[in-house]
Design a protein around this ligand. Structure first.
Ligand SMILES: Cc1ncc(C[n+]2csc(CCOP(=O)(O)OP(=O)(O)O)c2C)c(N)n1
Ligand SMILES: [Mg+2]
Length: 584
């Protein structure tokens, strides 16, 4: 029998090395499902409970591995559900292919059921976005879709009317120009090295700098050795954007930790005081945390020329792969003898770490979220894959989880979406079954895609979930209080017994509210194989304070309390006691 359009589609995916598809079937995509079923020994279908999770998993898979992540959804509502995860992939540069369905080709546009023209809907999110018109159209389009997603590190989308999915090649009348098998499934990349004159100009700037600071982003992941060598040569502190967490190990003497609201003081000071800035593979979006424009001479490395100068006025842009570019730059750099800028940063790091340790060891009741993360840090194996969600949980994870050994850290850096961590962690164990994965997630975020707890059980995945239960959309509460000076509104959450929910989904589950028991509970959860959830009941009034509190933030905060914030007495006391601890 002649192959169907769906057979050609899945065979092309196999030719592109795809071995996993995340999704949820429906009558608008069942033709493709059958082609997947027939090849289930070669390509896994991971069934999700919500298509948004499938898109996050495909995105997470791409973030962990650098390979193409693939998700699938049915026509209409299924496809619509993918969107948030696809934007996450687009924003953080993860190559993802989305496969969706549409109604019968001759009913499109007739208000038939699920008649959503998903190619129109996905116009903004996808760099490659095509409706497949017949079986003979599949091989050209699918290979171009895979190639485009990988080349642009972004989203490709293909949509097939449901009858086209089962159309056989034999029954399709090909146009004469569409010669069968005229396409190739070979992927090629450029060398990713900047030209010599740009390298020489960059070296001149870096050699002339007295206080050089490096800002490393996700482009620098995998360039740790080169980054450390350059930092050593330039006596430069290395601050990392959230997506670059782990680009330099935390035990490297040049590492100063994160930047931005969830960053560290020494990183912030180094960025403010530097006279020369080397941005290595980062588009860290908060412009206000960069040096004041004009203060520092800047060199930026990025694989995408469109990103050069995106956040800071750049003197020289080096377009290339970070690792290769740093390696090419190194022989052109002179050793900086004056270590004073680095020494200052290092003493700042020592102070910051002491403060974090002090916060992480507190025995207060209710339990401090920092304590939970600190305990998690000491239990996490050196090869752990850490997925962080969006909320105050991100801040505490960014500050208290240390990147040493081969640990990896993945978050939603640019879209900053909630609900990504559990799907990311699932994708992590699918990609690397031998490595333990953990999702650090807030209670608001976990409840958004809680159905994926059942996915953990279904596939017996070794994922641990640490949920910070503060019964509030904490991050937003603090934004309302500290940035706007308004009392919190719409942030309190109806408490959920997450341990009971997890047990109902077939997971092992623990609840811990006692700081003294937190470490032991974590150890138990990590000691057992398979999925487990740790519900950590934490202080809702613990602020995720930025590295420096500005006068206007303090003023807003006071205003919000005066205007009538619920629990203002407790909040004021908690914040004041944190401040006092920092002073003594
Ligand atoms: C999908 C989505 N909706 C809303 C937001 C805005 N937002 C950012 S953090 C946050 C609160 C997160 O609450 P929770 O998961 O409980 O974590 P917490 O801040 O309490 O630690 C919200 C609502 C977002 N980033 N993403
Ligand atoms: Mg919360």
């Amino acid at each position: 029998m002649s192959a169907t359009a769906s057979d050609v589609l899945v065979e092309t995916l196999l030719a592109w090395g795809v071995d996993t598809v995340f999704g949820l079937p429906g009558d608008g995509i069942n033709g493709v499902m059958e082609a997947l079923r027939l090849r289930r020994e070669k390509i896994r279908f991971i069934q999700v409970r919500h298509e948004e999770a499938a898109a996050f998993m495909a995105c997470g898979y791409a973030k962990w591995t650098g390979r193409l992540g693939v998700c699938l959804a049915t026509s209409g509502p299924g496809g619509i559900h993918l969107l948030n995860g696809l934007y996450d992939a687009k924003f953080d540069g993860a190559p993802v292919l989305a496969i969706t369905g549409m109604p019968f080709h001759d009913l499109i546009g007739t208000r038939t059921q699920q008649d959503v023209e998903l190619d129109k809907l996905f116009m903004d999110v996808a760099v490659f976005n095509q409706r497949i018109m017949s079986a003979g159209h599949v091989e050209n389009i699918v290979e171009l879709a895979c190639r485009s997603a990988l080349a642009a590190r972004s989203v490709a989308h293909i949509v097939l009317p449901v009858d086209v999915q089962t159309q056989t090649l034999g029954s399709d009348r090909r146009s004469p120009r569409n010669v069968p098998e005229h396409v190739s499934n070979v992927m090629a990349f450029d060398a990713g090295c900047p030209n010599d004159s740009d390298l020489a100009r960059a070296a001149e700037i870096l050699n002339a700098g007295n206080k050089v600071c490096i800002l490393a982003g996700q482009g620098a992941l995998g360039a740790s050795k080169e980054l450390a060598e350059i930092a050593y040569r330039l006596a430069a502190p290395v601050a990392t954007a959230l997506l670059g967490k782990g680009a330099i190990p935390d035990d490297d003497p040049h590492a100063t930790g994160g930047v931005g609201l969830l960053g560290t003081r020494p990183s912030q000071t180094a960025l403010e005081k530097c006279d020369t800035l080397l941005i290595a593979g980062s588009s860290f979006p908060y412009v206000e945390f960069y040096p004041k424009p004009g203060r520092a001479k800047a060199v930026q490395i990025d694989r995408d020329p469109k990103r050069i100068g995106l956040r800071y006025p750049i003197h020289v842009g080096l377009v290339g792969d970070c690792r290769r570019t740093l390696a090419a730059l190194l022989p052109l750099l002179e050793a900086h003898d004056d270590q004073s800028f680095l020494r200052q940063a290092q003493s700042g790091v020592a102070e910051w770490r002491a403060l974090m340790t002090e916060r992480g060891e507190r025995d207060d009741q209710p339990m401090k979220p920092q304590r939970v993360l600190q305990e998690l840090d000491s239990v996490l194996p050196p090869n752990a894959l850490i997925a962080a969600d969006t909320g105050t949980s991100t801040v505490f994870a960014a500050r208290h989880l240390t990147m040493t050994g081969t640990r990896r850290f993945v978050a939603s850096g640019t879209l900053a979406t909630m609900a990504c961590a559990l799907p990311y962690a699932i994708a992590a164990t699918i990609a690397y079954p031998e490595r333990p994965a953990v999702a650090v997630v807030g209670d608001g975020a976990l409840s958004m895609l809680m159905g994926e707890l059942a996915t953990l059980k279904k596939y017996a995945l070794n994922v641990k979930i640490v949920v910070l239960k503060n019964n509030t959309l904490g991050h937003i509460k603090w934004e309302q209080l500290v940035f706007l000076g308004n009392p919190e509104y719409g942030c309190e959450l109806e408490p959920i017994d997450f341990a009971a929910v997890a047990r109902a989904c077939g997971l092992a589950a623990y609840t811990v509210a006692e700081p003294g028991q937190c470490g032991e509970v974590m150890r138990q959860a990590f000691a057992m194989p398979g999925p487990a959830l740790v519900e950590a009941v934490v202080d809702p009034h613990e602020p995720p304070m930025p590295p420096y509190v500005t006068l206007s933030q303090a003023g807003h905060f006071a205003e919000a309390l005066i205007k009538g914030t619920p629990h203002r007495g407790r909040i004021a006391l908690t914040v004041a006691s944190d401040a006092v601890r920092e002073m003594v």
